[in-house]
Design a binder for this molecule. Sequence first.
Ligand code: UD1
Length: 420
Amino acid sequence: MHERVESLRVVGGTPLEGELSVLGAKNAALKHMVAALLAPGVHRLSNVPRILDVEIMGSVLRHVGATCERSGTTIEIVVPETPVPEAPLELVRQMRASILILGTLLSRTGEARVALPGGDDFGSRPIDLHLGGLEDLGAVFDLQHGVLRATAPNGLHGADVYLEFPSVGATENILLASVLAEGTTTIGNAAREPELADLAAYLTEMGADIEGAGTSTVTIRGVSELHPADHRVVPDRLEAGTYIVAGAMTAGHVTIRNCVPQHLRMEMSKLADTGATVTLGDDWITVDGPRRPEPIDFATLPFPGYHTDMHPQMVALLSVANGTSIATENVYAARFRYIGELNRMGADIHTDGQHIVIRGVDELSGCEVDGCDIRAAAALTIAALRADGTTTIVGAHHADRGYDGFVGNLQSLGAQIDRI
Ligand code: UD1
C-alpha cells in the first residue's frame, strides 16, 4: 500500500548519474483496467505501475463487482458476467480517468451511473465531447444530484462521430462504447496518443475489430462479444521524459531503459535544442545535460506535438536558461499553478493568456513549495534538484499518483531526496 506522504525534501546541487527502467504508462493502465470490464473472465495486465491512481481504479473495479489483485507489477482482474452499473462518488471524485467507465458500463449493461469526475485542477475540464460522441451512438443522459445517468433505450449502434478537438478521453470513451455496439463506428479527428493505440491493441486482443488506432480516423466494427486477454502495458513516456529532464537539469548523465523513444520525439528534440545531448536507442534514451540550458520556445499540442504533461518539467528546466523562453499551453486553459511556486524559488516567469514567458535566472534557491498536481510535483522536484539549499515540496502525494518509486528512483541516480 502507498502511504499518503505530505512532503518531499530535496537538497539541490548533485548531478544525476546512472540508469533507470520505467514501467507501463499510468494513462494506459487506468484505461485498460476499465476496458477489462467489457469481457467477463480473467484478465492479466503486466508492467502496471504501483501508483495511487491504479489503486483507486482497483477500488472502482471492485465496486462494480470485479476483483483486482496485484502481484508485483502484474494485476489480475476477474470480471463478472454482470457488473454493477455504477461508479461511486468518493472514488470518481479523485480521478478523472474514471469517466471512461461510462461508455464501458453502458455498453455492457445498457446503463451507467457515474458521479462527475475530479482529478487535477487545470481549470474547467468539460466532458461534452465524451457525451456528444456517446449520444451519437444512442446514449441518453440525465444529470441529477451530481450523478450522471446514461441509458441506451434502443441499444448502442455504430455512428459517424467527429470530434471538435482530438480529446484523448473522449476518443477512448467512444472506442470503449463502440466495440460491442451494433454496426460500424468511425471516430474522426480522433486522438493519436500512444496510450490510446495501446488500449486499442488490448481490445483487439480481446477480439475487437478496430482499424486506424493511433491515426486521426479510427474505425470500429462492433462484435457480439469479447473474451479476456493478457496484455503488457505500453511504457510510460511521461515517467521516462521526467527523469530525462531531471538529468538535464542537473547537468547529469542519465539513461532510461524500457521506454519507447519514438513516443518522446518532440519532447527530446526540444530538449536537445536547450543544449542537452540526447541519444535515442531502440528502447532507451540517454541524456547529458548542458552546464546551463539555452532558451527555447515550445508549444503543447496533442500527440505527436509536445505533451502538455511534460510542460511544467520543461519550464522548470528553462527557468535557469541563459536567456528568455516562451512556452505556449494549447491543451489546458489553466495549467499554471506551479509557476507561482517556481517563482518562490527565485524563477522569473509570468503568463500572458496561454503564453508563459520564462526569463532564465542564474540560480534557484530552495524554499517550501506546493506540489499541486502530479506534473507540478515533478517539475518542482526538478527545480529543487538544481536549487541552492533545501526545498520542501508539500502535497508530494501527487507524485505518488503518477510515479512508481519516485523518491527511490531519484535516490538511485544520486539525488539527495527523502520523504518527511
Ligand atoms: C488525458 C490524460 C492527461 C493528459 C491529457 C492530454 C489520462 C488519465 N489523462 O486527459 O494526463 O494531460 O490526456 O494529453 O489519460 N476537453 C473538452 N471536452 C471534452 C474533453 C476534453 O473540452 O469532452 C478539453 C479538456 O478540457 C482539455 C482538452 O480538451 O482542455 C484535452 O483533454 P483530453 O485530451 O480529453 O484529456 P484527458 O483525456 O482528460
